[in-house]
Design a protein around this ligand. Structure first.
Ligand code: NZQ
Ligand code: ZN
Length: 399
């Protein structure tokens, strides 16, 4: 086994009524003036925001509520909220929502604590040395941001629009409040996209550059099997508490680093993350839902990289789906087909045509590869490293 550092310090409070502990958790982690960030309307409509504000208020915590975060959250929103948080004198940032809200909250925390920087600096290579504490009340099982060390924003203010993640220990939430009942109001499409994203957070690490960690593989394969069992159950019946609970815990465990022996980039076991980078380019240009971009490119990516290590894909097929084919390539193909069946059962697209509703042109493929490669300035992936031409080839295969 390789050396590694595993650091996942988030306190998880899980179960029915967990949100009632929000104020005491904020106090525990030093918050007395809290910027509360939420999304478009779901948390307002369900009454959750009002309940959280009441909970903070009765504990003597001052709160400034700021709504309006959109899916595929924008750096421009995070900048505006940062300015308000500074004026308010926030010492804690509380996210009430999903990945988009939590990632915006992380951006606001970094921006507020570093008034000499524009917050996008930290998505562009400037090392982060301090931030404000962030906590999350989770309302959708998907991105895993509640325990991850990453935050993803779209820069809508530059000509070559990019959606980027940054990984830093300062992105770890102090606490995550997780009541599966809060996810029961989700539209089916978001449950499906969330399950696809959860699956992919395990897949990106499982198909990383370093293999040979038995326990880590077993955890990952158990996660895959759990997601494949409960994802469709949750999708078909959002009132199924058991299914919604399993998916909520899977969302955190898939992305807190435990299957990467460390952080999302991984110390000791490097993840691949090519599908995520390809998917983020699609979201940057078409504003597509994150999980749906992943299911649309996954099989194409598998076929493009599989020759690097067919045995790994065969192990996946055998351990996750119980495929008994002896020939590795046949088993590998069966595993890919089974995964596409799983994505389909979640109502997710299996290619770009299904995702975008039209056949993508060569010009669109070039634009996607340009965005993904940051205009030819980077490669992605580690299982197989992909340059601009490879990215275009995968997008072409995913047509
Ligand atoms: O805005 P509202 O009205 O709240 O509606 C949201 C939004 O439309 C809705 N929703 C959330 N909870 C709900 C609900 N609707 C009804 N009832 C509820 N309980 O769901 C929609 C999607 O919300 P969003 O926060 O965008 O979903 P998700 O958690 O999938 O987050 C996606 C974002 O996270 C990023 C993605 O790229 C994307 O931008 N990711 C962040 C990661 C991280 N920080 O570690 C890792 C991931 O790989 C991912 O990239
Ligand atoms: Zn993801």
């Amino acid at each position: 086994m390789n050396n590694f550092v595993y650091y996942a310090p988030t306190e998880v409070v899980f179960g029915k009524g967990a949100e009632e502990q929000t104020a005491s958790l904020v106090s525990k982690y030093g918050g007395s003036r809290v910027a509360v960030i939420y999304g478009g309307q779901s948390a307002k409509k369900s009454g959750l925001i009002d309940r959280i504000l009441e909970n903070l208020h009765t504990s003597g915590i001052e709160a400034l509520a700021m709504g309006g975060v959109v899916p595929n959250p924008l750096v421009s929103t995070a900048r505006e909220m940062t300015e308000q948080a500074k004026v308010f004198g926030a010492d804690f940032i509380l996210a009430v929502g999903g990945g988009s809200v939590i990632d915006t909250a992380k951006g606001v925390a970094h921006g507020t604590a570093n008034p000499d920087h524009d917050l996008w600096d930290f998505w562009s290579g400037t090392p982060l040395t301090k931030s404000l504490p962030v906590g999350a009340v989770l309302t959708i099982s998907a991105a895993g941001s509640e325990m991850s060390d990453s935050a993803v924003l779209t820069n809508d203010t530059e000509e070559n629009v990019t959606k980027r993640g940054v990984s830093t220990p300062f992105n770890r939430c102090k606490f995550a409040v997780m009541n599966p009942e809060l996810t029961m109001t989700l539209p089916k499409y978001q449950i499906g996209a969330g399950a696809a994203d959860i699956f992919m957070h395990t897949s990106e690490r499982y198909f990383g550059a370093v293999q040979g960690n038995h326990l880590t593989d077993e955890i990952a394969e158990g996660l895959f099997r759990t997601i494949i069992k409960y994802g469709p159950l949750a999708y078909n019946d959002p009132q199924n508490y058991e299914a919604m609970s399993e998916m909520m815990w899977c969302s955190s465990i898939s992305h807190n680093g435990i299957t990467g022996l460390g952080s999302s980039g991984g110390t000791g076991k490097e993840g691949d993350w090519a599908c995520h980078q390809l998917g983020m380019a699609i979201s940057a240009l078409y504003d597509s839902t994150h999980g749906a971009t992943l299911s649309a490119v996954w099989a194409a990516w598998c076929h493009y990289v599989m020759d690097k290590d067919v045995a790994r894909f065969a192990q996946f097929a055998r351990k996750v789906y119980g495929i008994t084919e002896e020939d590795d390539r046949t088993a590998a193909e069966a595993g890919i087909a089974k995964t596409n069946e799983f994505f389909k059962a979640l109502g997710m697209p299996l290619n770009l045509h299904e995702l975008l509703g039209h056949e993508v042109s060569e010009e669109e493929i070039a634009a996607l590869a340009k965005s993904c490669s940051w205009d030819h300035k980077r490669t992605v992936g580690s299982f197989r490293v992909l340059d601009y031409d490879d990215m275009a080839a995968v997008f072409r295969l995913a047509k």
